[in-house]
Design a protein around this ligand. Sequence first.
Ligand SMILES: C[S@@+](CC[C@H](N)C(=O)[O-])C[C@H]1O[C@@H](n2cnc3c(N)ncnc32)[C@H](O)[C@@H]1O
Length: 565
Amino acid sequence: MSLYHEAASVLDTARKKSIPLKSIIYNKKDWKSDPKTLFALSTEAAKWSEVLSEVLERSGVLKIEKQLTPTLALVLTHDLFLSKRGIALPATHGLTTSISKHKARLSAELTKARLRRGCATLEQLRAKINEHAANGAAVDGDSEGKPSSVRHPRWIRINTLKTTLEEQLKSTFADYEQVRALSKVISPSASGKRLHVDEHVPNLIAIPASTELTTSQAYKNGHLILQDKASCFPAYLLDPKAGDGDVIDACAAPGNKTTHLAAVLHDNAASAGASSGHGRSKIIACEKDATRSLTLQKMAKLADGERIIHIKAKQDFMKLDPAAKEFANVTALLLDPSCSGSGIVGRDEGGITVHLPSATATEDAVQTKAGKKRKRAGSTAKPAPAPPPPATQETVVEEEAPTTEDTEAKLQTRLANLSGFQLRLLQRAMAFPAAKRITYSTCSIHPEENEHVVVKALQSPIAAEKGWRIMRRSEQVEGMRKWHRRGWREAARSALNEDGEGSIDWNEIAEGCIRCEKGSEDGTMGFFVAGFVWDVGEMGTNGHDAHGTGTVQDDTEEEWSGFDE
Ligand SMILES: C[S@@+](CC[C@H](N)C(=O)[O-])C[C@H]1O[C@@H](n2cnc3c(N)ncnc32)[C@H](O)[C@@H]1O
């Protein structure tokens, strides 16, 4: 099998599974090609895929060369024009001829694509593509209207334990231009001193990623906390109120959500007129890892959260006894456990997204009314789309491709380990006798760690005994109610066991779940969060008794710790 078939297979797997190219290549031992060469070709072809898809579509080559898959055509076209050696196969090889006989037509389209991007030479285009790949953005020809390529902004949470949004707008950001549309800070051309105040999460702003902030005094003294918008959802959704009781942050380090929880508690108390600023409620922050516990301590101190946050360093949450007296007043829990980290920006080789040409599109077909936006199979107008739920996922797998079963099997094992741990953690949280609200979150895009865990937790005996249900969308804080990306319905439905059919409303569960899509125009990382509420009306006979610990297993085995924020 040739280098090109193998590279095409790697790119197909990366698209389908959101697995980094490096893991796909280096986790498999029996490649015929040199892994380094394979990695270089796959990475470069992915970087150029936006431009080369356009070139292939407009040339109509895929309509003529029916034996070429879009991915195979992509890697061959890459080497034809962009590799110093050209295509690394004999000139008479079938794959070489299938693409090189269209060289003139493809070359003309490449020139047009380059000019559309304002580049006088191929080297200029190369530099632009490299720069955009480093920033995790697509290189799109469009320059007007809604950006069809986006850069991840720098999200900044104003730490209300120390300052206010108004104070910061007047001081640190006094010379920034305030813009209403987020697109003005996330378009690739956005730079300099622009600021967008978020419409969903209070006290959150976005500035262009290129704007340096870490040297500012406000950042150094803990007035500003760099925290992705999505990562602010759990504490905001949990919405602890002063005097309601204590809150546990089960997996706390490095402490972004812990200090956010403290700030929400403080703000809620202030608006309720409590004199101490947080009522008498405290946040109990557990962190299992010793080194990360130290970071958590530093973060809490810098953010001025020490009065509210009580740190349990080197503490395994699974080893806490829910029935212990010290937790009798715990009414809310925030769970943000270790996960696969597949939603983290840059986790896929610097934000690389593989765009593919449509096999049927031609220049006529790809023109929109304005003559600008393009359509592609497997690549929508939005850049860097996170993969849709498995049921609707497009798969382009060529017959001769090497098997990717190894990589997929490893991913499935990893997800099974993680989701088992995540479920046990959630079930343990449900056992706290006075608990009334829980949030569960991951920075993963995989339904196995998200909707599946939620549905399985709701179907478990502890949820039925204690009367836990999903926090419905209509019950959520305003910003979360307004948020448009919800859980995947099909993923929620498919996780139901036989008993769940009919008794659990998976539509309601999916609607209650919240998702964020990496690389979208929302400017967030990939993220998932769901809220649970204790519903006295649905409480079983064992009830939410003050000392009951339900039927959750005392399962303290070591789990794979996955990736952290
Ligand atoms: C995703 S990170 C949490 C990020 C944190 N919530 C934030 O926003 O900054 C998960 C953390 O949970 C810790 N952890 C994993 N298993 C744990 C357990 N059983 N008990 C307590 N902490 C745990 C990990 O060491 C890691 O620091």
